[in-house]
Design a protein around this ligand. Sequence first.
Ligand SMILES: CSC[C@H]1O[C@H](OP(=O)(O)O)[C@H](O)[C@@H]1O
Ligand SMILES: Nc1ncnc2[nH]cnc12
Length: 290
Amino acid sequence: MTATKIAVIGGSGIYDIDGLQGAEWVTVKTPWGAPSDAILTGTLDGVEMAFLPRHGRGHVHSPSTVPYRANIDALKRIGCTDVISVSACGSFRDEMAPGDFVIVDQFIDRTFAREKSFFGTGCVAHVSVAHPTCPRLGAACLEAARDAGITVHDGGTYLAMEGPQFSTLAESRMYRESWGADVIGMTNMPEAKLAREAELCYASVAMITDYDSWHPDHGEVDVTEIIKTLMGNAEKGRDLVRRLPALLGADRAPCPHGCDRALEYAILTQEGARDPALMAKLDAVAGRML
Ligand SMILES: CSC[C@H]1O[C@H](OP(=O)(O)O)[C@H](O)[C@@H]1O
Ligand SMILES: Nc1ncnc2[nH]cnc12
């Protein structure tokens, strides 16, 4: 058993969480640059927590410029074991209405202007992301959402687009009709892939704000409407987060799905051929393996 430390990455509309005992904003340095902001640490129901606003307080970073590698490294570096992403999303399904939450379990990654791996020349690694989210952590999020009285859907495919503009009508229809995506956002990739490389359990809670632009009854995405829905969603998201420590507990058994052992057979570069500079940068992310 190891001590649980729950990280929450708050998306648009969620820039802090309340109720933490011993709350303190901590600045964390990483070899991948500065994270989006300082990290709010403390305990809730006897469980260690860490909160990182993805876009920074004041919403400074765009989806393309969020420092995803620094964020995941920083959370790993301070001892987090589980990462929960809470994000605003558009919906491709009639039944997934604005105000509903979806526990995402698959992704389609359409992002192209972001660093997607901690590894590279001098230390090559290939982890599996066939199942990119942790079922144990996702189940806890589902239970927390139900306990909070939130309308929540168990499972869904999140299309990660580059942004920052919303999709064209043709793209929206293609993602929905041909690609089978359920929700759309701009930030969960490469975050989920990096969390897997860092051997962190990752779950994604999509908070629906709109029907993107495909819906004949709703017209195109309207950011003022999104922001209105976002405010209500953010309060529900905070309620969900408050319930997680009691559900996950202070002590943590190894992940039954192997998230915390993802690098076990993933590093291909032979010891003598590894780049010392890159190896030094991997101290937190892959320290267990090096
Ligand atoms: C507020 S609309 C677009 C913006 O909101 C989402 O951010 P996050 O995933 O961090 O909640 C979406 O991905 C876009 O970045
Ligand atoms: N329709 C949408 N597309 C992309 N990101 C979003 N975030 C919230 N709504 C969105």
